[in-house]
Design a binder for this molecule. Sequence first.
Ligand code: FE2
Length: 698
Amino acid sequence: MESTAIVQDYGSYLEEDHRTWASLMIRQNALDTDTISAEYLTGYKKLELDKKKIVRIDELSRRLENLSGWSLVPVTGLIPTKEFFYMLISKRYPVTISIRRPNEIDFSEQPDIFHDVCGHLPLLVNEKFTKFLSAYSIIALKYVNNDRAIDFLGRLYWYTYEMGIIREDGALKAYGGAVITSSEEILNLSRTEISKNPFDLGRIFKTPYNPYKLQSDYFFINSFDDLFECLEHLESQLIEQLLMPEEDLVLRNYSLNNNLGKGFNNVIGFLNDIQYQFPAAISFVAGQPDERFFNITHHMGKFDTYVRHVAKKTGDSWGTVINKIGQYNKTKGIVNDILSDYLRQDDNINIAPENILVTVGAQEAFSIIVSTICNREEDVILVEEPGYIGVSSFSKIFNYQIEGIHTDEEGLDLRDLRDKIIHCNRIGKKVKLLYVIPDYQNPSGSCMPIGNRLKLLELARKYNFLIIEDAVYNSFTYAQKKNPTLKSLDKYNRVIYVSSFSKSLFPGLRIGLIGAEQKIENDTGEVVSLVDEMVKVKAQITNNTSTISQAILGGTLLDLDCSLHSWCQPKFDSYRERRDKMIGALNRCIKNYQNEWAKGISWNEPDGGFFIKMSLPFEIDDQAVLEAAGKYNIIFCPMRVFYLKKGGENEIRLAFSNLSLNKIEIGVEQLAKFLRSRIVKDKGWAPAVAENGIATVE
Ligand SMILES: [Fe+2]
């Protein structure tokens, strides 16, 4: 059976190897009872290991045999599982003959003679522990051909003999060899954020580990009796575990929507990973509303306001109204009359309640509009480039055809729009929809002048397409006056109006709306209401938007006479203050120096919304984002995320909506340091100041 045992060729060790051993032993001998188990230290002393030279395994084996009856087998590395358990049953323990390289002194991925001898042999002098180890091996040998069983039993070995900790004198101390022989791992004992769980066989079986990382979970025993006692249930718990379904329930030979493969929104995932990896970094990525304004309990109380309103209007009892709200409900919505009033007051739009469809946020509105209007083969949807991904990502997943239209400071490039429409017509495609955010667009902050709005509406009439107007930031203006929405200027009835309450109230409400007044003559010559066709689609997607949320929104609006504008003013003021802080900080840290390094950097100063677009003299690739997060504690969003194929490589989006003034200030300072360092390096200029300075490099 013993195929891997070899001879320790002692003469083949170099002087350098002995020096490595000696320096490891200096560290080892400094370990004390504050962090290391007394049971382990007792065994360690009894072994009387050589401190200067690598131990001779045959000598040490004889000493150990006299102490506990266990002997040692020299091996070259990991040995087959079955052989390993056979060795343990016959009281023999394998010891690797090689020693780590000097550059691995703090951490060696592979076991070496230091790890095996100093990590594991001291416990082979401990009677209780060796009884556990032998009994464990007898059980393990019965399951050696069952990979899952060996995996579970391997976890027990890992969380005891390798990573075990024990409570002694009220403190948690290490007895596991991998903890004791790793100067990094041992620090985890005092890190309060790392879990130290009571020894629990069932939980250990369910806790996988990664031998190449510092552990995030440990299990502590109160004495070695705990280990011995667990043997009584070990096999029954192992069988119980094996009878449970495999953890890996992956469906194989199966596929999902092909459009969801690699590359779909991978930049968003990448940015999330970075935020997770560098939690302390200030993030200009998320364009979220500030949750300090959510006031959710206040809004929840408005549910009652809505119920009272309906009870008074219908004469129904309180209970009847509530039960009706709880029931399946009208697909079109239950608060359409209130929303119609709200749109007239706040957005200067007259839409009858029957032409409003209440949706689950704006995103559902986009998916309903596209699915109701477009056919995959012949129709094309136009989107802004750069543009918000709501329509384009949905279209990509469901194979609708999309084309990008160039945008600049004034929003859509109307010449490019016309050219694309003509091109589509020429190749036999029909442009059916254009998706646009006319005000303070996400991601670029661009805003369409009124002249362009009117021209766009004429183009829609001339080329017979409909416009999805996403009015999400229309109210979030920092100028004197709001811009007129496309819908309010729409004398040709070409605009489908989409709005949501995620920014003005809170995203968790999940309420958006479609305002569509179009009548359409369909293929059979029948004239149908567009919104009623959309209702058919929504009925198949979500049936109806949460009526509880609708009631909360309805009550909130009723209490404010169906206008949010004045009530939201403190929010608008606060976002304006942040925009000002951001622009001020950018001017101070980058522009005002008029430094040579900063000359290729520019940004816009939007009069509303949550975003600023910055153009840079170099490309922002993943490496640059990582460097900014890791070295400069700042995360931003590469603009290329918002392009369909190529574009935006030299641009970033900076969101300021959910950061405190202080964080905006610090974040911009960090951003300036990152930009300066990158530009100075790219140009091959010698930095004139220290890495973290920004003031004097020209
Ligand atoms: Fe080990």
